[in-house]
Design a protein around this ligand. Structure first.
Ligand SMILES: *[C@@H]1O[C@H](CO)[C@@H](O)[C@H](O)[C@H]1NC(C)=O
Ligand SMILES: *[C@@H]1O[C@H](CO)[C@@H](O)[C@H](O)[C@H]1NC(C)=O
Ligand SMILES: *[C@@H]1O[C@H](CO)[C@@H](O)[C@H](O)[C@H]1NC(C)=O
Ligand SMILES: *[C@@H]1O[C@H](CO)[C@@H](O)[C@H](O)[C@H]1NC(C)=O
Ligand SMILES: *[C@@H]1O[C@H](CO)[C@@H](O)[C@H](O)[C@H]1NC(C)=O
Length: 699
């Protein structure tokens, strides 16, 4: 008996390997830059602010930027990258439908860190150039965000100032990034953090804020080895990506203190001020997020009249960037990740974004969080979770059903649950909605289980009567989690089917008998058929994605000595010669390469995708072969009397053949792109007392 239990728990640990969320420690290591007034162009100060204040919020435009540094040995895994790319596109589109901001009117231009490029500043307050850079740092290597190098094109310039008079411009402002409210740098790597925390899929941090402290830029780092793992579904990668992006966009212990109070709405920025109280500790030491919209949402969720003092946060060291998981199990912003099927983008999380004062929130995308719904003010406390007052928590050992009834579960705890126990999905094979799990039971199925997309987990102790022919009585067994088919008849009302039985009405809260079986099947209350949509599919459609859909943009920097600058025709000829060499090097046909061109400063670019009918490897494979081969041996071409050699190559990838942004950005001289993500969430434990206080019904 005991041995059996021990084995079971080991399995759970292996299968549901919860990964730690590195957001807090990562964010702490990053210096958050915001623009100095002196860095803003004067016309910006005078004309743009009043103008923008009259504008309406528009969907948040997130631009993702990925370049692979050809000199680094960061992993390049086209297949993993492709999965992540698909997930990233889906995630940013989703966020766009939810968050709106007053759109930036000019290209996004990020700040430089004076403590990086400048070694000394003028120190005499009486001189005109007081506090400006008087001595450059000769070792300045440019700006980066969590290890992602930021191109000069995205950055403001900088100058060296004499004691009096006009500055010497060292680097002019870059062109900036058009049509962008948030710039996300993406890395796919095997960093030391990935190495140290093998369960981490990705981590992210915000690096720059705008003048109202709204996050402007950040980086997400994917630990490359996870992107090819078959145990992560597309939905899992999307969900984890969403979790990380929500951190970077404002749901972060480092950013809570910068949230704004905007009583007159997003369009009246002049009436906003920094919020004074975002988090506080209650008298029992529980840390709470106390802003009004989240507090109201939680009260509504728990069915508590009025409001509550705040929403409990999970404490992780000195900071906290996650909801308390006992209270908001299943929310996208708790610290544990049980897979996409069990995670919801809930209203309380969306309310946090409204309370940040940076975003207008469209709540129609909110997903229903079943956990704790209507359970009252005492729900989720360490002191009550074990006394049987709520069936969201379990007390007995053994098998039951996860609260969403998609999976069988085992009653267990984890560090963030602080001793409270819940039915957690088993390591594998416990999903009732996966038909393949039923293949195992096909041969012998005494309990009449059915695994099917519309099957759910029910507590039952059914045993086929055929089994006990001749026996006088069947030994009594206690109910356990079993998979049976269900169909909704009305809202909250459903029928069940067991192998070989007709459909039997299941009365929520009651137990039913099934013809042909001994024992009972218990019908859960308030868990199934809650929407009006009938038996809505539980599995989110797995987006099929092939690397065939990728557009790769290959850029090659050439060095050579033509002796004079090349005219337009000469450049076209040279582009053709380079393309020929590329086709030869790749050992493929021309059908992969489109629109070659060369700029006056000898940057060759070509789009790569497979034309219809094009035979050969995937674009990603070809790209990989080409870059590897350039690293081994540069490409050399002869043109006239000159010889040109490739100096470096860059990649730009996007999902869509018709992305105009791509072309536009390229033409301004930098290389943009898109890629991967995943979030890693996890568990961190702190022993603490936790409680939730009900406040007076005020607003
Ligand atoms: C900003 O606040 C002031 C004072 O409360 C109010 O009179 C004004 O109408 C507000 N502005 C907007 C645009 O709502
Ligand atoms: C909110 O999002 C829904 C789709 O989720 C969309 O149909 C609706 O128009 C959006 N509302 C606003 C005000 O943008
Ligand atoms: C559980 O504890 C809470 C708080 O002490 C109490 O209100 C409730 O009645 C208890 N429930 C049971 C079933 O003991
Ligand atoms: C099923 O469980 C109930 C109690 O929950 C028990 O009374 C009954 O005898 C059990 N039936 C069988 C066939 O095990
Ligand atoms: C790319 O490299 C792989 C492995 O080195 C090789 O099998 C494949 O044929 C190459 N493809 C092309 C198009 O060169």
């Amino acid at each position: 008996m005991t041995r059996h239990r021990v084995k079971m728990q080991l399995l759970l640990l292996l299968g549901v390997a919860t990964s730690r969320c590195l957001h807090d420690e990562t964010q702490k290591s990053v210096r958050l830059l915001r623009p100095h007034l002196s860095q803003m162009p004067t016309h910006f100060r005078s004309s743009v602010l009043p103008l923008s204040s009259s504008r309406d919020p528009q969907p948040l435009r997130i631009q993702t930027y990925y370049t692979r540094d050809p000199l680094s040995n960061e992993a390049w895994a086209p297949d993993g990258a492709s999965r992540a790319l698909a997930a990233l596109r889906e995630t940013t589109q989703r966020i766009q439908g939810i968050l709106a901001v007053i759109p930036a009117q000019r290209p996004l231009l990020l700040s430089r860190d004076p403590t990086q490029y400048c070694r000394a500043i003028w120190g005499d307050p009486d001189t005109p150039n007081y506090h400006r850079c008087s001595l450059l740092n000769p070792g300045y290597q440019g700006e980066s965000c969590l290890g992602a190098k930021m191109p000069d094109a995205h950055l403001r310039g900088y100058s060296l100032w004499p004691e009096h008079g006009l500055p010497q411009l060292i680097q002019p402002d870059g062109p900036g990034v058009q049509n962008t409210d948030f710039l996300l740098y993406v890395r796919v790597a095997h960093t030391s953090k990935c190495h140290k925390e093998p369960s981490v899929i990705a981590y992210a941090a915000c690096c720059q804020l705008d003048s109202e402290d709204r996050p402007l830029a950040g980086t997400i780092v994917y630990c490359a080895q996870h992107l090819t793992s078959p145990s992560l579904s597309h939905g899992d990668i999307v969900t984890a990506t969403l979790h990380e992006l929500l951190h970077v966009l404002g749901f972060s212990g480092q950013l809570f203190m910068k949230w704004r109070d905007c009583p007159s709405g997003l369009s009246a920025r002049e009436n906003c001020s920094t919020r004074k109280h975002v988090t506080r500790r209650d008298e029992w030491g529980q840390l709470l997020l106390t802003t009004p919209t989240v507090s109201h949402s939680l009260a509504k969720h728990l069915g508590v009249p009025g409001t509550v003092l705040g929403v409990p946060l999970e404490e992780e060291g000195s900071l906290s960037s996650h909801w308390e998981s006992r209270l908001l199990q299943g929310s996208i912003m708790t610290a544990t990740f049980d897979g996409a099927q069990h995670t919801r983008l809930d209203r309380i999380t969306l309310a946090a974004f409204e309370d940040s004062g940076w975003y207008q929130v469209n709540y129609s995308a909110a997903e229903e969080l079943l956990w704790g719904q209507g359970s009252g003010p005492e729900f989720g406390l360490v002191s009550t979770c074990g006394n049987g007052s709520s069936d969201f928590f379990c007390t007995r050992s053994g098998l039951g059903c996860h609260y969403l009834h998609l999976d069988k579960g085992s009653c267990s705890s984890d560090p963030v649950l602080e001793g409270c126990r819940i039915y957690k999905p088993l390591a594998s094979g416990s999903e009732c909605w996966k038909e393949e799990n039923g293949l195992l039971t096909r041969a012998e199925n005494p309990h009449g289980e059915i695994y099917h997309l519309h099957s759910r987990c029910f507590l039952a102790n059914l045993t086929s009567q055929a089994l006990s022919k001749g026996k006088v009585s069947q030994p009594s067994t206690s109910p356990t989690g079993r998979c049976y088919l269900h169909q909704c008849t009305h809202k909250g009302v459903y029928e069940v089917q067991v192998e070989g039985s007709p459909w039997i009405p299941c009365l929520p809260g009651k137990a039913v008998q099934i013809p042909g079986y001994y024992g009972l099947l218990y019908c859960p209350q308030g868990r199934l058929c809650l929407s009006n949509k009938g038996t809505s599919a539980v599995t989110s459609p797995q987006m099929s994605f092939s690397t065939q859909d990728l557009l790769f943009q290959l850029s090659l920097g050439l060095t050579g000595t033509p002796g004079h600058s090349l005219g337009k025709e000469e450049r076209e000829e040279l582009a053709e010669v380079v393309l020929q060499a590329l086709v030869t090097r790749g050992g493929t046909s021309r059908c992969y390469f489109h629109s070659p061109s060369i700029t006056t400063n000898l940057m060759f670019t070509v789009s790569m995708w497979k034309s219809p009918g094009c035979q050969g490897p995937s674009v990603a494979t070809l790209y990989q072969n080409l870059t590897l081969s350039f690293q081994e041996k540069p490409l050399q071409v002869h043109h006239g009397k000159a010889i040109f050699t490739t100096e470096y190559s860059k990649l730009l990838t996007s999902m869509d053949h018709s992305i105009s942004v791509t072309d536009q950005l390229l033409s301004t001289g930098f290389c943009i792109l898109l890629l991967i993500l995943v979030g890693a969430l996890g568990t961190l434990a702190y022993q603490k007392r936790a409680t939730l206080q009900v406040g007076p019904s005020t607003t």
